[in-house]
Ligand binder design. Structure first.
Ligand SMILES: CC(C)(COP(=O)(O)OP(=O)(O)OC[C@H]1O[C@@H](n2cnc3c(N)ncnc32)[C@H](O)[C@@H]1OP(=O)(O)O)[C@@H](O)C(=O)NCCC(=O)NCCS
Length: 160
């Protein structure tokens, strides 16, 4: 697997799994009906450093970005987001992307990483915890999950 910086031309190969993940409404606080144009502006924004993971056949199987979580005097605290194509999940792509992003963020001078809204039922919580993130707090019953009803949103943190 190759993890490389994304190019604008990668978007059409990110969008299908981006759409599948966000429209499921189980993991992100973005509108499940987000249009492709709005999604591209959000994910491929020049403010973000976007990466893609390619498998041995050149298929894009995941994408992630790192960006400042705050502005001004707190701009060295990073935020990141991750998506792995559900057809390629559970094979280590998410962990590899996360390790890559953590290394890149530290090399860029970020001092810590914060996830603002991790749905508490998301199996990804285990991945983040195994990478050293801790739950700073949970906004109770903040997220209307299609299967589990109202669930909390964790704020997660890791020093780099
Ligand atoms: C979260 C996500 C990026 C993980 O990617 P992945 O390639 O499936 O994850 P990996 O195969 O690298 O698994 C890493 C760890 O995550 C955990 N995990 C991930 N998905 C899981 C699932 N569906 N069920 C149980 N555990 C899971 C496992 O603990 C696994 O541990 P291991 O490395 O010790 O085996 C991916 O499932 C995804 O894109 N989900 C939808 C979007 C999302 O939730 N993004 C994160 C928002 S906070």
């Amino acid at each position: 697997m190759l993890i490389r910086q994304a190019a604008a031309g990668d978007w059409p190969r990110i969008w299908p799994f981006w759409h599948r993940i966000v429209s499921a409404g189980e993991t992100y606080t973005w509108d499940p009906d987000t249009t492709e144009e709005a999604a591209r502006a959000l994910w491929m924004s020049p403010a973000k450093r976007v990466f893609v993971a390619e498998d041995d056949t050149g298929t894009i199987v995941g994408s992630a970005y790192v960006t400042p979580n705050y502005g001004g005097p707190a701009s060295d605290i990073a935020n990141a987001a991750f998506m792995v194509d559900p057809d390629h999940a559970g094979r280590g792509v998410g962990r590899a992307l996360a390790e890559h992003i953590l290394t890149a963020a530290k090399a860029e001078g970020y001092r810590a990483m914060v996830f603002n809204a991790v749905v508490e039922t998301n199996p990804a919580v285990r991945l983040w915890t195994s990478l050293g993130f801790t739950v700073l707090g949970t906004v109770p019953e903040a997220y209307e999950h299609p299967r589990f009803g109202r669930v909390g949103l964790h704020v997660m943190y890791k020093a780099l």
